[in-house]
Write a protein that binds this ligand. Structure first.
Ligand code: RIB
Ligand code: CA
Length: 309
């Protein structure tokens, strides 16, 4: 089987944790490393969560901490959803795993320049690390096969009426990626809100009975409690693993190729992904945006993931 070499840049985070499980388990993905951003919580906490996750899942991948804050804005965290630790709901064994000696930007640059074929980047948090790498060493850009990102929406936002969290935390970083010329695949709220991890889904996964299933269920119950409190949702949208599902089985998705720009004006729509779904302005199409997902097929992938650990 031809494996996809991939770096996952994330801010674990409950849904990031499921993305890490899926990327670490699927034989079609060669997970080269995790680079960590600040977002759901501070970098200190998202970094520690990433180490706990790779240790618990027994994943032999480097974990490289990135920028502790966005390029321009002050850091805005999502502790209302992910809690004080950034991964509330599960108690990990004593942490022994350590960070790789390289910072995220250095790992991204070194890996992209050294790898024999173009590498896929997946971002499931604010895009600060990838943006910094592009600015520092623009020669890496031709070595990026594509970026599959969780972020944005062509509908309404989740931290302002207009903007989604990952983009709103660091709009300038997102602008760098969206104007880089790298092929982009955007998994926005429009599609992630179609896969709510309702209690009946959790109960289905509980019966898998593996250590990963126990981790999934504890984390998702905590995630659902805060999503219910903040958004009155019947289950948390499984945002981040949708990116990995796309890599594994793109046939689960209905996509549209559009022009999309990040709103950098400092008004009500700061950080919005303006997707030109009807091509009103006739600008070059730079993003494949997801519109529909086969939710049943997605949760089958999640179940299969949990069976692998
Ligand atoms: O808006 C959802 C995104 O913000 C997800 O990546 C979640 O983990 C948070 O980072
Ligand atoms: Ca995330």
């Amino acid at each position: 089987m031809r494996r996809t070499p991939m770096i996952l840049d994330c801010d674990p985070g409950h849904d990031d944790a499921v993305a890490i499980m899926m990327a670490g388990a699927d034989p079609s993905i060669e997970l080269l490393g995790l680079t960590i951003s600040a977002g759901n919580q501070t970098l200190e906490k998202t970094g520690r969560n990433a180490l706990n996750l790779v240790q618990y899942l027994n994943l032999d991948v480097p974990v490289c901490p990135g920028s502790p804050r966005p390029l321009i804005r002050e850091l805005q965290i999502a502790d209302d959803i992910h809690g004080e630790s950034g991964l509330d709901g599960f108690t990990f064994p004593p942490l022994k795993r350590r960070f790789d000696e390289r910072a995220a930007v250095d790992f991204i640059i070194d890996t992209l320049l050294a790898h024999p074929e173009p590498v896929t980047l997946v971002t499931t948090g604010p895009m600060t690390n990838v943006a910094l790498a592009m600015r520092l060493r623009p020669e890496i850009i031709p070595n990026i096969r594509r970026i599959v990102l969780m972020g944005g929406s062509y509908g309404y936002g989740n931290v302002t009426p207009a903007a989604e969290f990952n983009i709103r935390v660091d709009p300038e970083a997102a602008h760098i990626l969206f104007t880089s010329g790298v092929p982009l695949v955007m998994m926005g709220l429009d599609v992630t809100r179609q896969v709510l991890v309702r209690e009946e889904i959790i109960e289905r996964m509980e019966s898998v009975g593996t250590s990963a299933a126990r981790l999934f269920c504890d984390l998702m119950r905590a995630f659902n409690a805060t999503q219910r409190e903040v958004y009155s949702l019947p289950g948390g949208p499984l945002h981040d693993p949708v990116t990995i599902a796309y890599l594994i089985d793109p046939s689960l998705f209905t996509m549209q190729h559009v022009h999309c720009a990040i709103d950098l004006s400092h008004g009500e729509s700061y950080g919005r992904t303006n997707c030109d779904m009807f091509d009103y302005l006739g600008r070059p199409r730079n993003v494949h945006v997801a519109k529909q997902i086969d939710a049943e097929g997605f949760f089958d992938l999640v179940e299969h993931t949990l069976e692998q650990y």
